[in-house]
Design a protein around this ligand. Structure first.
Ligand code: CTP
Length: 414
């Protein structure tokens, strides 16, 4: 996701990624993809078609990947280059994928380096179409895409509706954004049979409890931890629903986001879905109290004298209250953000809220807790010793949590 500096991490780190670029104006966005994937630790080989080179230069890609950009099927240095590329690739992605490329790929043509590489590879393939909306809607283009998706098992990512290079569109045609392409590639690399088809329900963000139409009681949670878990679970192949309190983060790619405002709304949204869920992660920082009565109009200065007293009522406990409705054998993960007696308080939450795993952290510690992109957590589960991890990014913490969830699911709990 944008805003957080990229560093080498799973699932891109150390992976060989072939990035095919075909001739559409969206090719300029693929420069960003090549750069980000390199910063995420991937070894990125960019392959450009003749027409792609009319929009973007091979040299640009060499600059951002530090590797030669490839253009020729018949080159002196690379006899059978396509065989080597295809064999070594962990994933092949084509972005943008033009209508012409889709037609050629669907027919198994072997007239350029990217099409031959596709024939030569056994790696997963991600295709990100981009074209005029009417071209995209054409029956032949749709048939080609269906063939690539259904028959060849390619992951078709996008297109979406939105402004196109020429005029406003009536329908889909716009290539998905660079960070979404990176996530689609991440899914191809990370997909795990333990997670495929599993329903994952995640709560994230703060809740806002209204005092009046413009003020609320809330907390400093950014939602970053829950959003990172949701995105990572999607990459592993799960069907993910994120019930999110107010957050300024963009919705994770491929994830169903249910926006809520208050603890009561979060409670209702979770209650309605938890019976179907195989894995539950309660990462929201739910406000424990709400104003007993929200004013219908803005409270004016002076209206209440020199002070304003807000009477608070206890909110429902989303995790605890929905315990009885959980699916038999499902796995539940909770968080414990503490300032004192971290481990003792966290262990108590295991039992009290029916968690299989608690992720404990100390809000007073530097680099942990709210509003930062890192966390230092300790995992607690019944009958095991606390497992303390070093300071790491929230994206890495998300992967560590899912590794442990995976073991619990594997042991037959979900
Ligand atoms: N939680 C919840 N609903 C609440 C409060 C907490 O679902 N109303 C969940 C959180 O998402 C987290 C876990 O319960 O997974 C523990 O949250 P935390 O705020 O640490 O604990 P509290 O229940 O608020 O307990 P305390 O105030 O004693 O720390």
């Amino acid at each position: 996701m944008p805003a957080v500096p990229l560093e080498p991490r799973r699932p891109w780190k150390g992976k060989r990624i072939v990035l095919g670029v075909t001739g559409g104006i969206a090719a300029y966005k693929t420069i960003q993809v090549a750069r980000d994937l390199t910063r995420l630790g991937g070894e990125v080989d960019v392959v450009l078609t003749q027409s792609a080179q009319k929009f973007v230069a091979p040299l640009t890609f060499e600059g951002v990947t530090g590797r030669p950009a490839l253009t020729d099927l018949f080159s002196a240095e690379g006899a059978a280059l396509h065989i080597k590329l295809g064999r070594d690739a962990d994933v092949v992605c084509v972005a943008p994928a033009t209508a012409d490329f889709l037609a050629r790929a669907a027919h198994g043509r072997a007239d350029d380096l990217i099409c031959t590489t596709l024939l030569a590879t056994r790696a997963p393939v991600v295709v990100c179409p981009a074209m005029n909306d009417r071209m995209y809607a054409h029956a032949q283009v749709q048939e080609n895409l269906a063939h690539l998706g259904d028959r060849l098992g390619y992951q078709i990512a996008g297109p979406v509706e939105g402004p196109l290079a020429v005029g406003e569109a009536d329908g889909a045609g716009r290539m998905i954004e660079p960070w979404q392409i990176e996530e689609a590639i991440g899914r191809a690399l990370a997909v795990d049979e333990v997670f495929v088809g599993k329903h994952v329900l995640i709560t994230g963000g703060p809740t806002h409890e209204p005092i009046d139409p413009v003020r609320y009681v809330g907390n400093r949670s950014s939602g970053r931890m829950g959003y990172a878990i949701a995105q990572a679970a999607w990459r592993r192949g799960a069907q993910v629903t994120l019930v999110s309190g107010p957050s300024s983060l963009p919705p994770p790619f491929g994830v169903e986001v249910v926006q809520v405002e208050t603890a009561q709304e979060m409670h209702d949204a979770v209650s309605a879905r938890i019976g179907e869920s195989d894995i539950n992660v309660f990462s929201a920082a739910v406000a424990d109290f709400r104003p007993s009565a929200a004013h219908g109009s803005k409270v004016k200065r002076g209206e209440t004298g020199p002070s304003l007293t807000v009477d608070l009522t206890e909110n429902p406990d989303v995790a605890k209250d929905t315990r009885v409705a959980r699916k038999t054998g499902s796995v539940s993960v909770g968080f414990a953000l503490e300032t004192d007696d971290v481990l003792t308080n966290a262990v108590a939450k295991l039992e009290r809220k029916g968690f299989d795993l608690v992720v404990a952290n100390d809000a007073t510690e530097k680099g942990a807790g709210f509003g930062v992109s890192t966390n230092r957590v300790t995992f607690l589960s019944p009958d095991t010793e606390p497992d303390a991890l070093p300071l790491m990014s929230k994206d890495e913490v998300a992967e560590e949590i899912l590794d442990r969830v995976r073991s619990l699911v594997d042991r037959g709990q979900a």
